[in-house]
Design a protein around this ligand. Sequence first.
Ligand code: PBG
Length: 320
Amino acid sequence: MDIRPRRNRKSSAIRSLVEETHLKTSDFIFPLFLLEGSNDRVEVESMPGIYRLGLDHMLKEIESCLKLGIKAFDVFPVVSESYKDQEATNSYNTDFFYHKALKRIKEEFPEAAIMTDVALDPYSSDGHDGIVKDGKILNDETLEVLGKQALSQARCGIDIIGPSDMMDGRVGYIREVLDDNGFTEVSIMSYTAKYASAFYGPFRDALDSAPKSGDKKTYQMNPANQREALIEADLDVDEGADFLMVKPALAYLDVIKLLKDNYAQPIAAYNVSGEYAMLKAAAEKGWLDYDRVMAETLLSIKRAGADIILTYHAKEFAQL
Ligand code: PBG
């Protein structure tokens, strides 16, 4: 035999020389759940190890993550039912507890990259990402609210706006609203290929944001489709997205690869709540070696082509 691939695997030193993919703590964006008030800390039942945090706890968490080398955070609000309405008005209320907390976070940690979600579901009494009328999700009417929401977040000093709503035309609409108001430096990370996935279940538990009726299939993508992601990505690029995201990550590694091969924009992947929960559940039963499957999972997402990974494993991985 002239060629023996095992020669390049014969020792740890050789293996590390030929290693093709490397994970760094600076690859990660760590999603965090904000509770109103400052001192509460409540674990998400379906996401062991992940907590809904009051502001004081969140500030401490961000500080400890920064020390570990995690530099970017995606902050989601836990909104109680009494603050929700059909127009999701608190999504753009700069006096809302979420907006005040965002300002405080940016004041404390100007060096951190803070990202926020743009979609109506946490603030909507219907639990949908858009405005609902007669059982339909209205596209163009929703854009107006999304624009106000993005602007309100930019006013808090947010670095990256993440439209996760999947309305048509929202990236361009938000870009224009931001630019018209002088926020030309605020970035947009579009949830480009966001699938109608059952893997979001634990996140909806964490935020209490599940749709009250129907599902999200008229706006989120069909899990059966790959080429449709190219249509979404073309639009997002034309409309000015700075980053393209694929979500979920694990069941959609082919889509990550497809976007990586076709676009020069940085590609992000969201390793979602259900993907995290699967590993935790199996580890709790003693069925999997958690640290190893976590590293292997994150590696697979990066190897598929993700430059950036949004993941609930970020802190645990950094601690390893
Ligand atoms: C809101 C939003 C969702 C997630 C991120 N932003 C849920 C959904 O669209 O239903 C899911 C994140 C996760 O599961 O970790 N639109």
